[in-house]
Design a protein around this ligand. Sequence first.
Ligand code: NAG
Length: 338
Amino acid sequence: MNCAAFIIVTTSFLYLTDADNLYYSKDKDKDLQYLMEPPVYAEINARRRENATLPCILRTVPSQYRVKWSKVEPLHTGAENIVLMSNGHEVKYYGTWQYKASLRRLHALDISLRLTKLELQDWGLYKCELINGIDEESVTISLNIEGVVFPYQSSHGRYKFTFFDAKNACAEQDATLATYTQLFREWTEGLEWCNAGWINDGTVHYPILNPRPACGKDLPPGIRSYGPRHKTKDRFDAFCFTSTTEGSVFYVPGPLNFLEATHACKEKGASLARVGELYSSWKFQRLERCDGGWLQDGSVRFPIITPRKRCGGFSQQGVHNFGFLKKSVSLYGAYCYK
Ligand SMILES: *[C@@H]1O[C@H](CO)[C@@H](O)[C@H](O)[C@H]1NC(C)=O
């Protein structure tokens, strides 16, 4: 890395503190009259394809009121992203939220929001607002999708992705670009990657656990940040984020070249796994296999839970990568997804 001049070591608490302030910034100086505060849980964790409830409970029921649920972060278009409005009897849904959102309404005080079939992009900050005449109060709840972050590099080598290439590359691997919080969380669980990669807000970072000269000199361990970079001119790797999948990954023994591996999966009614699917099976189904196998993108990888000397000599659990190999002559097994 010769970009030492750009490196800012982010103290991760800076980010966390900023995020914390968001929660209770509103109305924090006065007690809420109508809404329970804190709203049972200020943060909800759930996995992709699960349902989640964002709690919001009335303390008293005003004679006339309106409830408004909106998603306040991230805001992609700048316009207010309203999920639903209700006058206590009828509910009006906005846009595609009608397919995903509903008011829970377990009892008269319950104005919690239910979200079904969570997707990777549903994470963010949601606001429950009560409007009673000219009075207005709100609580916010953060929804966090549990998942796994993995670094991804182009088959053409290191630092080949513009921001938009990186976004597409993650999508092709059943993932999205990671958020800073997701990357930070993965670092606390052992992610180290000595190459800088894009995350979802257009900034570039790399996570280091064991500082060494080749990886940003003797800066302390942490997420090293290059800050925002030019989205179409600058090129880096990507940090992708994925969560649970409907199917799972299984191994078919080789020796197979890439084409044979493709057929081997097809014969079993499956297809070669995408990188995100292999990471998901490793993380959530504890898939472990000490054999390299082809994936759909032409890379050869294997998932390890318990590191062993005989197993590539890696000292850490993880999905290990042999890289993009010659498709016609390299012989390995296949990781299939079904
Ligand atoms: C999620 O909600 C839907 C619709 O209410 C329901 O059919 C489904 O069983 C729920 N899934 C889980 C995992 O609870």
